[in-house]
Design a protein around this ligand. Sequence first.
Ligand SMILES: O=C(O)CCC(=O)C(=O)O
Length: 289
Amino acid sequence: MYTADELLDLKLQYDTQGFVHLKNLLPRAIVAHVSAAFDAAARRAGLNADAEPAQGKRYVDLPAILDADPVFIELADLPSLFPLLRAVVGEDIALNQTAARLFYPGPTFTSPFHSDVADVVGVDPSHAPTFLAKVHFYFEDLSPEQGCLAFIPGSQHFPQKHVNPHRATLAGSSAVVRVVPRAGDVVLFNTHVLHMAEANRTNRVRKSIIYTYGHFWMKAYPSASPADLAQFNTNPQRQQLFGVPLTGVAHFARRLDRLAPPTAAQRLTAGCVQVVHRLLPLHSLPPRA
Ligand SMILES: O=C(O)CCC(=O)C(=O)O
């Protein structure tokens, strides 16, 4: 667990550099459990995680990983990581997407240094540092040539097209930082910082778990919630994280620091507002001054 000062430092690093490499963050038992559950899920999907590439595919994301094993639910709000996630995303944090990925030996499948959100409409991600954060969890040591992440630190602040990602010599630039993770490490980054996965030049598949966090009011991918949402009935933090709506609480008002369930009066008011909206068509409302 990080102290309050360490959390402030990590958030400062995230805000300035756009990413943080959190070494040895996952407890050993979790690393072993994730590794076994990942391989079991791969086998169920008909893949041998340690075998040759699937025909023509550079990478495979295992389906419905949150249903595959309870450990993948645990990863979503791991006590050693979650306070930092809350700090960098905000109290309305919710899971937006998950992936359990096998990246086979060969060239990269990602675009050269890119932002995930450069084309989003209505938000300027260079001025929205809390918009979306991504976590790559590693449960095996990677070698430097095994499809590691590379970043251009601070580039999340740049205007569009400030960097030409196709410049042939960019990969060798002194501005580029590569992260070589070991089992138990986590890499957290702002999805707008310029980043990419490099080629996997080894003969071993790269395995990772990738969770993206946004805000409760955002539309999440189906991969961000397990099939059984009733399992969170007594856990309001997870209800928020996995996108369970609550009667009487607006999507824009969900906050981890306001987890108390709505009072009977709030539920009644919300119900009345809905009834009034249904009964009164828009044109019957008095015109605005
Ligand atoms: O390393 C990967 O699997 C993908 C890297 C990437 O571009 C991303 O996570 O957005």
